[in-house]
Write a protein that binds this ligand. Sequence first.
Ligand code: VAH
Length: 316
Amino acid sequence: MATKILIIGACGQIGTELTLALREKHGENNVIASDIREGNDDLMQSGPFEKLDATNYKAIEDIVMHYEVEEVYLMAAMLSATAEKFPMRGWNLNMDSLFNVLNLAKDKKIDKVFWPSSIAVFGPSTPKNDTPQTTVMEPTTVYGISKQTGERWCEYYHNKYGVDVRSIRYPGLISYKTQPGGGTTDYAVEIFHEALAKQAYTSFLSEETALPMMFMDDAIRATISLMEAPAESLSIRSSYNLGGISFTPKQLAESIKAEIPAFKIDYEPDFRQPIADSWPSSINDEQAQKDWGWQHEYDLEKMTKAMLNGLKSLKS
Ligand code: VAH
């Protein structure tokens, strides 16, 4: 019997590709996409869609009951840069949506929950390199505070009510199929579009700002691997560190220049620079490797090639 899945925030950067991947795996009509607004043609034409406000408990419950949903992937969130502009809207969206889904699971209306955390849960006092799974976490952004708090609640609902909630601390994610949604790592997507369009890019982060990053294909595979892992193998019910690659805007530009020799970059750091400065440069994901066999596949060169080839294929 196929698993019935609801994706909340299905039209976002991760949600779009996650929906398409889960529809391929479970069958299009077993994966219900939902979001506050409609998504791209690929997503809208590949299976059922419901308009949904993630902060509305009754609206989520109605969809869960109507489609007999068993698993919910809650991908709706306000990301770091936007949440600094609208702190209380960011807090309310990120927390109210999480409580809605955790309470559905607590009341046994759904069986399993995926909720995305982020390396944004770490702050300036966190060890910057090879950041461990368990360490000092003093986030300085609204987004990071909401994700750190959300991780605490996920672990509480698991320990107190037996909720099977699973989570990943995503690094910056890079995709050619979807636009990023107001994050600090968005430069690493924009740069590819502008490298092809103008052979030039002005980075809003300084050249030496190293951040943990990952190609979207790896992130989607990690998400599905974690959700399919046997519950008894999971030692972390807050959120798993997920490593991948770590690079600076300068290193990314060099990787692009290897493919587009004429490409030029300059740097004009903006309000997102202090956000990036508060985050780690690289992540240790040994616990994910041990508990559910995680291993990333895309290094910087392979990711660069995949991004440029993918964007060219979309434009042809
Ligand atoms: C952001 N892309 O920039 C997200 C991510 C690690 C960063 O959480 O806010």
